[in-house]
Design a protein around this ligand. Structure first.
Ligand code: ME8
Length: 650
C-alpha cells in the first residue's frame, strides 16, 4: 500500500456565508492536498459543516425558518464557493448527515458504557456562541469568553460530563512523546500554560436548554454537546459507520487537522482525550493558524468589515486570491487583510514577475524561433546558474511544506521567477538577435522555456490554473510530475509554443480598490436583503391562519328584533337579536351610521362565540360584522340572499 495522507479543514458553522478567513484555511488544506498528491501520496481531504447547536437554532429562528432549511442554503453556497476555488475535497461531511448522527450516538454510548461519561449538575459561566462553560479563573474580570472574547452569562443545567480531568497527565505525556503534535511550537506552550497547567475540569458534554442537536441515545432530554458532534465529523467524513469503511481504515489517523488558533483547545485537549477514552489512535498533527484581521480587528458581520471571496475571484480570478492568501500571511500568525496590499501583490509578483516572464518568453520564441522550441547550444555561466537554481527549489519547498510554510514556499519559487527575469536582462536576446547569433538565441530561449516548465510544476499546488495555462502556452503535457521538477532539460525541442492570454494583467490600484470595495459591499447587502426577505415572508406567514384557526370562529345569521339607545353612551346601541332559538343582545358603536328603524327586522352577521364583555355597564354577547373603508364609511355585513336566522357561516 502506498503512503497515505489525511488532511482536514475545520467543520465550519453555516451560521452565515463563509468569508475570506474560512477560505484561507480551506485554500491551505487544498494546497497541502495537491502538494502531497504530487509527491505521490494517496491523499484524502475532508471539509464540512457543523450544523447543530444553539447559535444556528437562534439564527434560524431570527429569519423564521427551520434550522435545517437555514443551513441548507448556506451549505449550498459554501459548496459552490469551494468548487469555484477548485478545492479538491474528497468528502463534505454535514453534521446533520444521518450516518454521522448515528456515529455520534454510538461514540457517546460507548463513552457512557465505559464510565467515561457521568450525569451531574452544572452551574457556571456559559458562552452561547462557543457553547462552552467557563470557570471564573479562566475569564477576564468582565467574564468574557476566553476563546472568542464575547460576554458569558450564568447558566445552570443538568448535564452529562466527560471525565476530561483524568486525561491531563496523559495529554502532557503525549505532547512530550510527540513533539510535532501541536504546531506551531508556540501554540503548544499556550495550551499548556493556559489550560493544562492548572489542571483540567471534567467537561459538560450535553445540553438540555435547546433542541437542535443529536439526542443522547439513552436520555432524550439531552442533546450531545456540539463539539463532540463536530470533532467526530473527522471520522464520519472517512465513512466510519457506513457499509464501506475502507477509507476510514486506510486514512485514519489524520496526518493533520488544520484549524484556526481559537479552536486549538478543542483539537489539542478535548479531541485527543476523547480519542484516548474511545481507544482510537490520535491524529499526527494539529496545526493552528493565525487570523486574517481587517485593520487589526477580527472580521465580523456586525462590524461590517467582512470580506467575501466571491467578488475577488470574479474580478481577479481564483489564483490571484489563492496567491495572496498563501503568500502574504505567515501561516501560523495573524495578518492584516488590506486591499492595497492585495493589488500590490497582484501587480508586482503576478503581473510584473510571473505574467511578464511568460509573455515575453512566448513572444520571443515566436519572434526568434517561429514559435518552435529550439535545441539549446552550449551553456555559459548565466545559463548554468539557472540550470542549477531551477531544480534546486523543490528541495526547499519540501522542507518548508513540512511545516506548511506556504509564504516561504512561494517566496522561494518567486526567487526563481525573478532570477529568470534577470536572466533575460543579463543575456539580452534582442542584442543577440541583432548580431544574428541564432545558436546563442536558441540557448537563451530554451533556458527561459525550461525555467518556466519547472515553475509550472512548483506552483501547481497553489496556482493550478496558472500552471496549466503556462504549460498550455509552452506546449507541455497537462500531466504534472513532481519528479520532473527536480531535473533540468526535460523540455523537448520542437514543442509548439503558442501565445495565449495575459495571465495577470497589470491593474490600476486605486481604481481597482474602489471597484472591489463596491463589489464586496454589493454582495454584503444582497445577502442581508435575502435574509430580510426570508424574515418578511415569515412575518407575512404569521398573518396567515389555517382553516383550523378559522373554524374556531362561530359566525351566525341574526335577526335584529329591536334596537335601543345605550343608557350611558351616546354612540352606542343595544341590539336585541334572535339567532335561531336563542335570544341575545350585543352592544355596538354604529349609532352614527344607522337609525334603529334601518336595522330592525334586518338580518345581520354576528360572531357568536366571542367572550361576553361589558360596555359602560351593559353586557354584550357577540359582535356584529361590518366593513369600513379608509374614509370611515361603514356598512353592516349581511348575506346575499335571505336565509333563516341561526344559519352558520363557514
Ligand atoms: O469554529 N482568519 O467553526 P467556524 C482566519 N464549527 N481564519 C478564520 C477566520 C479569520 N478571520 N475566521 C474564521 C468552528 N476562520 C467550528 C469548528 S471543527 C471540528 C469545528 C477559520 O465556522 C478558522 O480556520 O467558526 C477557524 O478555525 C474556522 O474558520 C472556524 O470556523
Amino acid at each position: 500500500m502506498g503512503k497515505t495522507f489525511y488532511v482536514t479543514t475545520p467543520i465550519y458553522y453555516p451560521s452565515d456565508n463563509l468569508h475570506i478567513g474560512h477560505t484561507y484555511c480551506t485554500v491551505a488544506a487544498d494546497a497541502i492536498k495537491k502538494f502531497k498528491k504530487l509527491q505521490g501520496y494517496d491523499v484524502y481531504m475532508v471539509t464540512g459543516s457543523d450544523e447543530h447547536g444553539q447559535k444556528i437554532e437562534e439564527k434560524a429562528k431570527e429569519v423564521g425558518v427551520s434550522p435545517k432549511e437555514y443551513v441548507d442554503k448556506i451549505v449550498a453556497d459554501t459548496k459552490e464557493l469551494w468548487s469555484l476555488l477548485d478545492i479538491e475535497y474528497d468528502s463534505f461531511i454535514r453534521s446533520t448527515d444521518p450516518i454521522h448522527e448515528k456515529n455520534v450516538q454510538e461514540l457517546f454510548q460507548k463513552l457512557y458504557d465505559k464510565g467515561e461519561i457521568y450525569k451531574d449538575e452544572y452551574e457556571g459561566f456559559y458562552c452561547t456562541p462557543c457553547e462552552a462553560f467557563w470557570a471564573e479563573s479562566q475569564m477576564d474580570k468582565d467574564h468574557n469568553c476566553p476563546d472568542c472574547g464575547r460576554p458569558t452569562h450564568m447558566a445552570k443545567e443538568e448535564s452529562y460530563f466527560f471525565r476530561l480531568s483524568k486525561y491531563r497527565d496523559a495529554l502532557l505525556e503525549y505532547y512530550d512523546n510527540h513533539p510535532e503534535f501541536i504546531q506551531p511550537e508556540f501554540r503548544k506552550k499556550e495550551m499548556i500554560n493556559n489550560f493544562l497547567k492548572e489542571g483540567l475540569d471534567d467537561l459538560s458534554v450535553t445540553r438540555s436548554s435547546f433542541d437542535w442537536g443529536v439526542p443522547v441515545p439513552f436520555d432524550k432530554d439531552h442533546i450531545v454537546y456540539v463539539w463532540i458532534d463536530a470533532l467526530s465529523c473527522y471520522l464520519s467524513g472517512l465513512g466510519l459507520g457506513t457499509e464501506d469503511e475502507s477509507n476510514y481504515e486506510k486514512f485514519w489517523p489524520a496526518q493533520v487537522h488544520l484549524v484556526g488558533k481559537e479552536i486549538m483547545r478543542f483539537h489539542t485537549i478535548i479531541w485527543p482525550a476523547l480519542l484516548m477514552a474511545l481507544e482510537i489512535p490520535l491524529p499526527e498533527k494539529i496545526f493552528g493558524h493565525g487570523w486574517i484581521l481587517f485593520d487589526d480587528d477580527k472580521m465580523s458581520k456586525s462590524k461590517g468589515n467582512v470580506v467575501y471571496p466571491e467578488p475577488i475571484i470574479e474580478l481577479y480570478g481564483v489564483d490571484a486570491l489563492k496567491y495572496f492568501l498563501l503568500r502574504e500571511f505567515s501561516f501560523g500568525n495573524d495578518g492584516n487583510f488590506n486591499k492595497e496590499k492585495f493589488m500590490n501583490r497582484l501587480n508586482s509578483d503576478l503581473a510584473n514577475d510571473l505574467g511578464n516572464l511568460l509573455s515575453r518568453t512566448v513572444s520571443m520564441i515566436e519572434k526568434y524561433c517561429n514559435g518552435i522550441l529550439p535545441e539549446p547550444g552550449e551553456s555559459n555561466e548565466f545559463d548554468k546558474d539557472l540550470e542549477t537554481l531551477a531544480p534546486s527549489i523543490w528541495e526547499k519547498n519540501e522542507k518548508a511544506m513540512e511545516h506548511f510554510q506556504f509564504s516561504v514556499v512561494l517566496d522561494d519559487i518567486w526567487k526563481l521567477v525573478r532570477r529568470t527575469n534577470k536572466y533575460v536582462d543579463e543575456t539580452t536576446p534582442w542584442i543577440v538577435a541583432k548580431e544574428g547569433d541564432q545558436k546563442r538565441l536558441d540557448t537563451i530561449m530554451y533556458h527561459l522555456a525550461e525555467s518556466l516548465r519547472v515553475i509550472s510544476i512548483l506552483i501547481y499546488p497553489y496556482l493550478q490554473n496558472t500552471a496549466k495555462e503556462i504549460r498550455n502556452q509552452l506546449g507541455l503535457p497537462e500531466n504534472i510530475s513532481w519528479e520532473d521538477g527536480k531535473v533540468w532539460g526535460l523540455s523537448k525541442a520542437g514543442n509548439k509554443i503558442t501565445k495565449g492570454k495575459i495571465i495577470f494583467p497589470r491593474l490600476d490600484t486605486k481604481k481597482e480598490m474602489e471597484k472591489l470595495e463596491k463589489a464586496n459591499t454589493a454582495l454584503f447587502e444582497k445577502r442581508m436583503k435575502e435574509k430580510e426577505k426570508d424574515m418578511n415572508e415569515e412575518v407575512k406567514g404569521k398573518d396567515l391562519i389555517t382553516i383550523d384557526d378559522f373554524d374556531k370562529c362561530e359566525i351566525k345569521v341574526a335577526l335584529v328584533e329591536s334596537v335601543e339607545d345605550h343608557p350611558n353612551a351616546d354612540r352606542l346601541y343595544i341590539l336585541h337579536l334572535k339567532i335561531g332559538e336563542e335570544k341575545r343582545q350585543i352592544v355596538s358603536s354604529i349609532k352614527e351610521y344607522y337609525k334603529p328603524e334601518d336595522l330592525e327586522g334586518k338580518k345581520i352577521l354576528v360572531l357568536t362565540n366571542l367572550k361576553p364583555a361589558k360596555f359602560r355597564g351593559v353586557e354584550s354577547n357577540g359582535m356584529l360584522l361590518a366593513a369600513e373603508d379608509d374614509e370611515g364609511n361603514l356598512t353592516i355585513a349581511s348575506t346575499l340572499e335571505d336565509i333563516v336566522d341561526g344559519a352558520s357561516l363557514g
